[in-house]
Design a protein around this ligand. Structure first.
Ligand SMILES: Cc1cc2nc3c(=O)[nH]c(=O)nc-3n(C[C@H](O)[C@H](O)[C@H](O)COP(=O)(O)O)c2cc1C
Length: 173
């Protein structure tokens, strides 16, 4: 698939078929995530694969009742390894680079999922400490996104975008 088509055609999917997502496909998504750029090539990302209903149910609660998380056959929780980035770049690495790097990895997952016929949604609204407890995430690692993934059961219209004129600045802001 052409990258421009992938960027434009990808949508946030919040309804899934019950059909399982094979493990090889999940591994492909993680592999592609790892090809994202990262500051100093530190690759400060960690991925938790969740398939168990009980854990997904608790994630729904942490994510303020977003029930479609539980409907997805597989959920990838993307975490930023702040300690790893701190070692390379101090406070800027810990607070900024690792989040930027992880965001790029998340976008790779979303685009790859779309290219493979899957649907996914970047869920950022969740109570972080609750997610940390459910998933046993150690200190120094920050959960950044919950991504429910499955075969889509909806085909949403693209939400509008700000135009180029509205967002571009030339020479100075
Ligand atoms: C940082 C971030 C957090 C988001 N959090 C949520 C969320 O908690 N729940 C949700 O349904 N969608 C969430 N989204 C998805 C956005 O709502 C969606 O990307 C936006 O409406 C544009 O739609 P599109 O992805 O189909 O182009 C989030 C997206 C980003 C980038």
């Amino acid at each position: 698939m052409d990258v421009v088509d992938a960027i434009q055609g990808r949508r946030s999917i919040r309804a899934f078929q019950s059909k399982e997502v094979p493990q090889e496909i999940v591994e492909k998504l993680i592999d592609m995530a790892g090809w994202a750029p990262s500051a100093g090539n530190i690759q400060p990302w960690e991925f938790i694969i969740v398939r168990k209903s009980e854990i997904k149910r608790r994630l729904v609660e942490a994510a303020l009742g977003q029930t479609f998380i539980e409907e997805a056959p597989v959920v990838i929780v993307v975490c930023a390894n702040q300690s790893r980035s701190y070692q390379g770049y101090g406070v800027r690495g810990e607070t900024l680079y690792c989040i930027q790097d992880t965001a790029a990895a998340i976008q790779n997952i979303l685009l790859t999922a779309y290219a493979l016929g899957l649907g996914a949604c970047w869920v950022g609204a969740f109570r972080e400490e609750e997610a940390r407890e459910i998933l046993k995430i150690p200190q120094g690692i920050r959960p950044v996104a919950i991504i429910p993934i499955g075969y889509p059961a909806e085909a949403p219209q693209p939400p509008s975008r700000r135009t180029v004129n509205q967002i571009v600045h030339y020479e100075t802001f």
